[in-house]
Design a protein around this ligand. Structure first.
Ligand code: AMP
Ligand code: GLY
Length: 425
């Protein structure tokens, strides 16, 4: 198979790394990809201005299978366009991708199908939204409806901050059309976990649970980010929580999408809050998570290309997942200024030394010039170690990371610490 992979982050590097291990795969072309993936994939550093242009770039490659990493092209309907051209593509249609691309669509679906989530109201009018605050308690959770690259959520500690967030989303243009509608929802208390599943229609094949670390700084301080590290499996998802999440959240959501005429095919990602009353949905994503993918795929002991092809050809019933009996930890190295501002161009050293520690180094935001790598994005590198035990995996990931240097490098020192405390009890 020749595979075209859409994207260029650490998640896509991990996808390419895993797909390249398949005996069935002869060639992988990442669009746009980046040089840092060159050991596992070619890359085509092209830009596109529309879904049709992206579809043309992909079509010219004559792929046997297309894999879409990020939500943007899915929300824009790349799967619909490629399917019309009879190109096999792994990912949901534009209509099914609304589970991520419209929070109002998702919340209304959860309400209609009794899928556990935070109580909410949706608004286009600022006065009505502000009036609704009286029915809620601080902290107030305010979300822009559309895709906002992880920045569309405000957790306001005070009424005044909540009012300001409502105004800036609905009347400001900080979020463009993504902010024309907003959600105000109940604040849920608990620990978060990510449960991803391969899905086709009503059939759901869950993966092992993972945990992301969304805040920038050690001890969950600082601003929210795209994710500063992850580990899998996650013991906070006990057998009972896992069962509840699959039976009460993942399967009913897949079934609801079928019932609404937008069946989902691809990876469905449930962002869960493990509350006292069991797991509830924080959000759904319509694709692999970043950085969860960087810990899930190294533990997956099955052929990913084969799984994806089976799903795309209507044979999900033949898919069985096997997992290594091991633990994976991923630590993200981010550039100076992340997530506020992206500084680029700092020279990176120690990559080969890091990889020599029996670790994986996925490139999220690097650029290669004259035999050297330079920072070229907010999240720069993902260092992943897989070991029999979690403590060893953490130590190995940090040992490998310690070889890497660049000016202004930011990373958390506590990835997986909460899990270690919990499981060592
Ligand atoms: P989202 O983009 O919807 O995943 O939200 C980003 C982050 O905000 C989540 O990962 C949570 O940490 C937090 N968050 C979102 N909604 C809630 C909620 N209803 N209660 C508590 N925390 C939330
Ligand atoms: N790790 C969060 C996300 O992929 O959206």
């Amino acid at each position: 198979m020749k595979i075209v992979l859409v994207g260029n982050g650490g998640r896509e590097h991990a996808l390419a790394w895993k797909l390249a291990q398949s005996e069935r795969v002869s060639e992988i072309v990442a669009v746009p990809g980046r040089y840092g993936m060159h050991e596992v994939a070619e890359y085509l550093p092209l830009d596109w201005n529309s879904t049709a242009e992206l579809a043309d770039i992909i079509t010219m490659q004559a792929p046997d299978l297309v894999v879409v990493g990020s939500e943007g092209p899915l929300a824009d309907g790349i799967v619909d366009v490629l399917t019309k051209r009879e190109i096999l593509v792994f990912g949901p249609t534009q209509a099914a991708a609304r589970i991520e691309s419209s929070k109002v669509f998702a919340k209304d679906l959860f309400a209609r199908y009794h899928i556990p989530t935070a109580a909410y109201g949706s608004f286009t009018d600022a006065d009505k939204a502000i009036a609704f605050l009286d029915e809620m308690q601080a902290p107030y959770v305010i979300k822009a409806d559309g895709l906002a690259a992880g920045k569309g959520v405000v957790i306001a500690e005070t009424y005044e901050d909540a009012v300001e967030a409502i105004h800036s989303m609905l009347t400001g243009d900080a979020f463009g059309s993504a902010g024309e509608k907003i959600i105000i929802e109940e604040f849920m208390v608990g620990e978060e976990a990510s449960l991803l599943a391969f899905v086709d229609g009503e059939t759901v094949i869950p993966m092992i649970p993972a945990q992301d670390h969304k805040r920038l700084l050690t001890d969950d301080r600082g601003p929210n980010t795209g994710g500063m590290g992850a580990f899998a499996p996650a013991a906070v998802v006990t057998d009972a929580v896992y069962e509840a999440a699959v039976e009460q959240i993942l399967k009913p959501t897949a079934a609801a999408l079928v019932a609404e005429g937008s069946p989902f095919r691809g990876v469905l990602y449930a962002g869960l809050m493990i509350t006292e009353d069991g797991p509830k949905v924080v959000e759904f994503n319509c694709r692999f998570g970043d950085p969860e993918t960087q810990v899930l795929l190294p533990l997956l002991d099955s052929d990913l290309a084969d799984i994806m092809e089976k799903i795309c050809t209507g044979h999900i019933d033949q898919v069985r997942l096997r997992w290594l009996n091991a633990h994976a930890v991923c630590v993200v190295a981010a550039s100076f200024g992340y997530p506020r501002k992206t500084y680029r161009g700092d020279r990176i050293t120690g990559l080969a030394e890091a990889a020599a520690q029996d670790a994986l180094v996925f490139h999220a935001g690097t650029r290669h010039i004259d035999d050297s790598y330079f920072t070229d994005g907010g999240r720069v590198l993902d260092v992943v170690a897989v070991r029999p035990g979690l403590a060893e995996a953490k130590e190995a990931a940090y040992q490998a990371l310690s070889k890497i240097e660049f000016d202004g490098m930011q990373f958390r020192t506590d990835i997986a610490d909460k899990e270690l405390l919990r499981t060592q009890k």
